[in-house]
Design a protein around this ligand. Structure first.
Ligand code: GTP
Ligand code: MG
Length: 188
């Protein structure tokens, strides 16, 4: 029979960037997104219920299914003490979602360092895996535009992988649909 394509997705980015908030927006059980972008198209198939969002310890795994894809999302902790866990999942991953707090100018260089470490890693370097960037927290007054975030992370220099950047407000779910649509297209 027809099997859904299995896609492993690593969700990376510094602590407090909004990774878990973004993934929570995919869950139809989240009361704030009953009318949200994913409630009809996406079926959340993990056991975990939506809870109050707290800093992630280690990582969480969430599974989502669309009509043609089965996504397993690894929501990694961005805290520095857990960032060494990321690379253990590089080999198995088929896509990366990299989340940036667009208002955190001070740590944009740290985000770039972590991105560069990812892109130059031997398990990622030579593979054409899609990388979706969310320039998150666009609602904050001092947020940089997605063009500015793209410039600060030197995204134009990524030539061997498909990549895409979207501005987002994870609390309201804005911008997430565009990004997820792009990601889905990469596996179409
Ligand atoms: P770690 O698990 O520690 O790596 O953090 P994380 O990237 O998962 O961040 P998390 O989703 O826990 O969000 C951190 C804080 O930012 C929470 O208080 C969120 O409510 C807030 N937040 C997330 N997205 C947005 C956004 O788009 N706008 C605003 N204003 N706040 C946001
Ligand atoms: Mg988290």
């Amino acid at each position: 029979g027809l099997r859904k394509k299995e896609v492993n997705v690593l969700c990376l980015g510094l602590d407090n960037s909004g990774k878990t908030t973004i993934i929570n927006q995919l869950k139809p059980s989240n009361p704030s997104n009953l009318l949200g972008p994913f409630s009809e198209e996406w079926k959340h198939v993990s056991q975990t219920q939506t809870q109050e969002i707290v800093p992630t310890i280690g990582f969480n795994i969430e599974k989502f299914k669309s009509s043609s894809l089965s996504f397993t999302v690894f929501d990694m902790s961005g805290q520095s003490r857990y960032r060494n866990l990321w690379e253990h999942y590089f080999k198995e991953t088929h896509a990366v979602i990299f989340v940036v707090d667009s208002s955190d100018k001070l740590r944009m260089v740290v985000a770039k360092e972590e991105l560069d470490t990812l892109l130059s890693h031997e398990d990622i370097r030579c593979r054409k895996i899609p990388v979706l960037f969310f320039a998150n927290k666009m609602d904050l007054q001092d947020a940089m535009t997605s063009a500015k975030v793209s410039q600060m992370l030197c995204l134009e220099s990524i030539q061997d992988k498909p990549w895409h950047i979207c501005g987002s407000n994870a609390i309201k779910g804005e911008g997430l649909q565009e990004g997820l649509d792009w990601l889905q297209e990469q596996f179409g």
